[in-house]
Design a protein around this ligand. Structure first.
Ligand SMILES: CC(C)(COP(=O)(O)OP(=O)(O)OC[C@H]1O[C@@H](n2cnc3c(N)ncnc32)[C@H](O)[C@@H]1OP(=O)(O)O)[C@@H](O)C(=O)NCCC(=O)NCCS
Length: 180
């Protein structure tokens, strides 16, 4: 389910894993060792989606953008950095995420929100439009509030979580090769 929009196809590095049930449309780039899990919907139509390396987008997540308009000539693309874990059923809309971030299950991140490097967003959180989440903190709630600084083990876990998903997607790639 990898489709073009206005002649532009998603650009996927060779080492990526995209589940067969995910839908990827249009201007999307997916960096080395990243993965997209079952039932993800990502539409790069009215702007673009850029996803870095070793980032995982888990099951049922929805990725979309803000279109360009007279008041907002560039709109808001969706930009996600390296080593980011996007939990199950997350909504990311026209926002910018740095590196080594965990977005908890069911969280919603709205237009022009900026999440700096090394942040955990708790499950079920709502990050409102234009909000900036500061590097090194845990944020929870709806709307999110800064809860506390991340511990050293949580900071280390951000990278470990991403690498766990690189291993997992390699297993899935091997499985689909062996089924051919
Ligand atoms: C927020 C989180 C990181 C835990 O933080 P923590 O500080 O260890 O949480 P604790 O269990 O010590 O709870 C601290 C308080 O926060 C509350 N809390 C925990 N998670 C919360 C959340 N997501 N939103 C709001 N409050 C939350 C707890 O109920 C507790 O409240 P209390 O003090 O009134 O009892 C975790 O609950 C979470 O949401 N992780 C996301 C995991 C995920 O979705 N991974 C992706 C899929 S693999």
């Amino acid at each position: 389910m990898i489709r073009s929009y206005k002649g532009i196809y998603p650009k996927l590095e060779k080492s990526v894993y995209v589940d067969e049930s995910a839908v990827l449309v249009g201007d999307i780039t997916l960096g080395e060792d990243s993965s997209v899990w079952p039932l993800v919907a990502a539409r790069g139509d009215v702007n673009y989606i850029q996803i870095g390396e070793r980032t995982n987008i888990q099951d049922g997540s929805v990725l979309h953008l803000t279109r360009k308009s007279a008041n907002n000539p560039e709109g808001y693309p969706l930009i996600i950095g390296d080593d980011v874990t996007v939990g199950h059923k997350v909504m990311l809309h026209g926002c910018k995420l740095g590196n080594r971030i965990l977005v908890g299950m069911g969280a919603i991140v709205m237009d022009n929100a900026i999440v700096e490097d090394d942040v955990i967003i708790g499950g079920g959180a709502l990050v409102p439009p234009n909000k900036k989440l500061e590097s090194g903190y845990l944020y929870v709630g709806s709307p999110v509030k800064q809860a506390r600084p991340l511990t050293d083990s949580e900071l280390a876990f951000l990278k470990i979580s991403a690498l766990n998903y690189v291993e997992l997607k390699d297993d899935y790639l091997a499985e689909s090769d062996s089924a051919k």
